[in-house]
Structures are given as C-alpha cells and as structure tokens.
Design a protein. Sequence first.
Length: 226
Amino acid sequence: MLRQISNFWLHHIHPHLASLIATIGLVGLASCLLVIFVLAQLAEEVLERDAFKFDTTFLLWLHQFANPNLDNLMVFITNLGNPSTVVVVAGISILLLWWRRYQEEAKAFVFACLGGLILNTGLKLFFSKPRPELWHRLISEKSFSFPSGHALGSMVLYGFIAYELAIHYPTFSKVIYSWTVILIAAIGISRLYLGVHWPTDIIAGYGVGFLWLMICITMLKLQKLR
C-alpha cells in the first residue's frame, strides 16, 4: 500500500508540483494556499449570513476622519478602479503589448481581465451580500457587496501591468511593485472610506484577484517555457 502511494506521488503528483514550485516559487505557492484558506473561512461565514463584528467597528472608526478634502481625494482614488477607467487602462496596455510584439502577454492580459470580470460578477451574484448602510454615501453603488470588484479588478489589472513592467525593466522592479502595492491598497481603502464596502469585501476581493493573477502569470510563464 505504501509503495503504491509512493509510486503514485513520484509519478503523478511530484512532477507537477515540482514544475509549479519552479514556476511560482515556494513563497508564491505558500501565499496562494494561505489566501485560499482565508477565502474559505470568509465565504463560509458570508454564506451563513453571519455578521463580522469588526466590519462595522472598522468602518465607523474610519468614518470619523472624514472631511471634504479627504472626500475629494478618496473619490479620485476610487475612480482609478472604476469600470470606465479600467477599460481605458486595459485597452491602452493591450495595444502597447501588441504594438511591441508581445502577443502572448497581450493574450494573457485579455484572458486575465475577462476572467476577473466573470469572477467578480459571478461571485457577487452567488453571495448576494448587501452593501453597508451606515451613513449617507458620497457615491451610489447598485451591485452586491461581496467581494469588492474594485479590489479584485485593481489587483488583476495593475498587478499584471506591474509584472510586465518589472519583467522588461528589472532594474526598477522594486519601485514598480512598491508603487503598485500602494495604488491597489489605496483603492481598497477608498472603498472603505466611502462606505460602499465592508472590510471583508476588500479582503476577499484582494484574495480572489491575487489567486487569479497568479494563475494567469503562471500560465503565461509555462506558455513561454514551451
């Protein structure tokens, strides 16, 4: 029995696992597993309609810092994750990749963006979680709350762009990734500040976006290896 299990592992599991680790690294694989665990816990609670106490507490704490200047700044930042902005940024990026003859990257980027859109729409409809109604909001949102489309979309869109820039300009990779993390985090914070999402929505959006981004980048890497 043990020999059969060992042979199965060596011939069927280990080669694929070794290839996956070589492609995304141990840190990447461990991060994905951790994200999957967190998402599973959040999804279970949302499906059972359980309320997260810290969701309301954090939003009310954040709202005490509201002022006109911050209002304008947060509306501007959140617009960077709006569908209208995302479509323009994605379109320009795809055209640039195709113009520079990075066809595989352009195809992977289209696949990543479309997949992110489908995931966001499908998950929102599946969980059907209502948005916060804690104060009068500056912007109006009609879709469901979980997960955050802005968090998911910004992770996929700006994360993929950052990856491509870092690959082609490795000298500036740390700067590129640092500013990208700041931008993605700022978009998530803006959604909380504006009161259109619960913190758990943002966490879930980042988690789903990160997993999908890793899948798309891994597929692109494997395609290049072939």
